[in-house]
Design a binder for this molecule. Structure first.
Ligand code: C2E
Ligand code: CA
Ligand code: CA
Length: 698
């Protein structure tokens, strides 16, 4: 059937036609057999009718003879009345005999004729005998003899006819019976044959449909399971061929999507998703000690300066060249992924004892360090590449992808700190760190339940108007044993352990409530609240923000949400949508630590930002570094062009204040004015600041 390649439509049509023909011809045959059987029954009935007619003839003759005898008796008694009666009866029975003979004549004229003429002669001889007897004479024995002969003739003729008809009837009956038996056999045979042929036909057609459906379903399942090397059904000329074609397109589409989801478009290397999957697969295959998974965290040195100096295009080319080199200097079979920005991670698998593995990893790292050191020509520039490497090996440095990566990353940072262009091993410090982090996460959880987190407010002043313009809400942890803790001691762990959402929500609610309280007390301020990247990725923040707006839209409109550029590095459509939605709720968005990311300026164009905050590093360098001052004045120019509010943070000296003010940056925050204060102290500080400024003005 598969070879036939009839379209499914035609196959089904053919099946219907076949079944119709089969059942039709069987019905026709059965009809014919039934009809023939009926005809035979009719013939049989006819035969019995003839048989009856002969019997009736015989009875009529007997009656006729009886009446003849009665007439003779009456004549001998010479009773005219009786004679007349007998005569009438005789004539009537004679007519009856004639009538019955006529019926017999219709199918056996010979017997009818012979009997008729013999009877006529019998009547004639009877008359003569009677006449003699009436005359008192003895009847002529010759006549009596003739009379008897004729009577015998009638009897034998009729009984012969009767026997003939009976024999015929019996034969017809016998024939009918045998034929009926044969007909039943034929009918059963036909029905069985129809059933068998019909079933085979149905099975063949169904198989020809089910088989390709099954292959197709299997193939779709394989594609869904992420396999792309699959057995595809052949492209035939029927509907299944069309399906196979569509399936091929589906497979190609799925493969493309997979590539998009797992491949870094710039370098063609696996992306973070691929990296995680590969590490997890390696760890699962290792199953503990025998097969170790090692990561080389490869962080390019000085990439940021190349990007800033030569532009994005050159930066991209530089990254591609770095990827090519890394691949070239890593051993064959080692998987290399782009971890993000200028960071790559290579995954190695190794067996044997730990010391041998470390030795081998050291060799690989040295080979990469040497290989990367060759100068690279980019346009007119001759660039020196170098990389800082962090090495982590399972299970000592982590038993999950996340922990292994974070160990390698920490080792990489250590390599960077110790002068770049070298490799550092994580050396199992993770387990200790991991333990501490897990314990801290538990503490944070408890702290949230016990309401140990507070919000402090650092004033933001307007140095031109000499007033307090707002405050930044900064979280503090009033730890029962360790005292007041700064965010640096717990924010990162809260982020890594999935607690930042709850913590961030708590701070937002506190700040919102504080804003209402101040407003009621006549203190009108804007409050900046920090939002972490994780909070944005999780859509729940939107519900919280909407809830606060519904509670008090006036207070919500006074909140600025500060994001860092790390939030925006992976800026996806969904981040962008969340930001738009936040803005629609009436909140303002600010970019924190402005200038520390790679492409601060491009985000400004793409995202709905109202405010930028110059990173305190630039402010700190003002007065000592011309470069920092140049960057700050560029930022100020940009902000004024784009009509963005600009705030400087980390203002510590009057010189910084003046330089910033001279550049047009009036909103300032820093220890020069005040550190972050508990809410209760803020109003008093604000009042004393205003007083002080009023005195200065005088
Ligand atoms: P940030 O947003 O850049 O906050 C400013 C940090 O600079 C604060 O540190 C503040 O105390 C400090 N600072 C203020 N003035 C000066 C100054 O003149 N000189 C110097 N050197 N530093 C100054 P803090 O409070 O330790 O906060 C550290 C970081 O923790 C914040 O950096 C922010 O990223 C994060 N953070 C604080 N509160 C929250 C929060 O509620 N949620 C989230 N997600 N992150 C928060
Ligand atoms: Ca901030
Ligand atoms: Ca900041």
């Amino acid at each position: 059937m598969r070879g036939l390649q009839l379209s499914v439509r035609f196959r089904l049509l053919g099946l219907c036609l076949g079944l119709f023909t089969l059942f039709g011809s069987t019905s026709l045959l059965l009809g014919y057999l039934i009809e023939r059987n009926q005809a035979e029954q009719q013939a049989q009935q006819e035969q019995y009718r003839r048989f009856e007619i002969i019997e009736v003839v015989q009875q009529a003759i007997n009656l006729f003879r009886h009446n003849g005898g009665e007439l003779n008796k009456a004549r001998l008694q010479k009773n005219p009345e009786l004679e007349a009666q007998a005569q009438a009866a005789l004539e009537q029975s004679h007519r009856n005999v004639d009538r019955q003979l006529d019926r017999l004549r219709q199918f056996d004229p010979a017997s009818a004729d012979v009997s008729g003429s013999a009877l006529a002669q019998v009547a004639q001889y009877s008359q003569q005998v009677m006449d003699a007897m009436v005359a008192g004479k003895t009847p002529d024995p010759a006549i009596l003899n003739e009379l008897q002969r004729r009577l015998n003739l009638v009897e034998t003729t009729l009984s012969a006819a009767s026997q003939r008809e009976r024999a015929l009837a019996e034969r017809i009956q016998l024939d009918a019976r045998t034929r009926a038996a044969v007909a039943i056999q034929i009918a059963i045979g036909m029905i069985l044959a129809t059933a068998v042929v019909g079933t085979v036909l149905v099975l063949l057609v169904v198989r020809s449909i089910i088989y390709p459906l099954r292959i197709t379903t299997d193939a779709i399942r394989q594609v869904n399971a992420g396999q792309t090397e699959i057995d595809l059904p052949p492209i035939s000329g029927d509907e299944f061929g069309q399906m196979a074609l569509a399936l091929r397109q589906f497979r190609d589409g799925a493969e493309r999507l997979r590539r998009l989801a797992y491949q870094d478009p710039l370098t063609g290397l696996g992306n973070r998703a691929q990296l995680n999957e590969s590490i997890e697969a390696g760890l699962a295959a290792g199953g503990g000690e025998q097969l170790r998974t090692a990561l080389l965290y490869l962080d390019l040195d000085n990439f940021r300066s190349i990007n800033d100096r030569l532009g994005h295009k050159a930066g991209d080319a530089y990254l591609c060249e770095a990827a090519t080199r890394l691949r070239r200097f890593l051993p064959d079979g080692v998987e290399l992924c782009r971890y993000g920005g200028d960071k790559f991670i290579a995954i190695l698998e190794d067996e044997g004892d730990a010391a041998a593995t470390n030795l081998r990893l050291r060799e690989v790292a040295d080979c990469v360090l040497r290989g990367m050191a060759e100068p690279h020509r980019l346009g007119n520039h001759l660039l020196h590449m170098s990389v800082s490497i962090g090495v982590a090996v399972s299970p000592g440095d982590g038993a999950t992808a996340e922990h292994l990566i974070s160990s390698a990353e920490a080792a990489g940072h250590a390599a960077k700190r110790s002068g770049r262009n070298n490799a550092r091993f994580a050396a199992g410090q993770l387990s200790g760190r991991l333990r501490r982090e897990t314990a801290l996460a538990g503490e944070i959880q408890r702290g949230l339940e016990q309401r140990e987190f507070e919000v402090f407010y650092q004033p933001i002043v307007d140095v031109a108007l000499r007033c307090v313009a707002g405050a930044e809400a900064l979280v503090r942890w009033r730890h029962p044993e360790r005292g007041l803790l700064l965010p640096g001691e717990f924010i990162e762990v809260a982020e890594n352990e999935g607690l930042i959402n709850a913590l961030g929500e708590r701070c937002l609610r506190i700040a919102h409530a504080q804003l209402r309280q101040w407003r009621e007390a006549g203190l009108v301020l804007r409050v900046a609240v920090n939002l972490s990247a994780r909070q944005l990725q999780d859509g729940k923040i939107l519900n919280v923000l909407r809830g606060l707006r519904d509670e008090d839209a006036g207070a919500a409109s006074m909140i600025d949400l500060e994001l860092t550029e790390s939030v925006l590095f992976d800026s996806s459509d969904s981040t962008r949508k969340t930001l738009d939605e936040i803005k629609r709720c009436g909140y303002r968005l600010g970019m924190d630590d402005f200038g520390t990311g790679y492409s601060s300026f491009s985000y400004l164009r793409r995202l709905p930002i109202d405010k930028i905050k110059i990173d305190r590093q630039f402010v700190a360098d003002m007065g000592t570094s011309r470069q920092a001052e140049a960057i700050v004045s560029a930022m100020l120019a940009l902000a004024s062009k784009l009509e963005l509010e600009i705030v400087a943070e980390g203002v510590e000296t009057p010189l910084q204040l003046r330089l910033l003010q001279a550049g047009g940056c009036h909103l300032q925050q820093g220890y020069l004015f005040s550190a972050a204060l508990p809410a209760g102290e803020f109003a008093a500080w604000a009042a004393s600041y205003l007083e002080e400024q009023a005195l200065l003005k005088v």
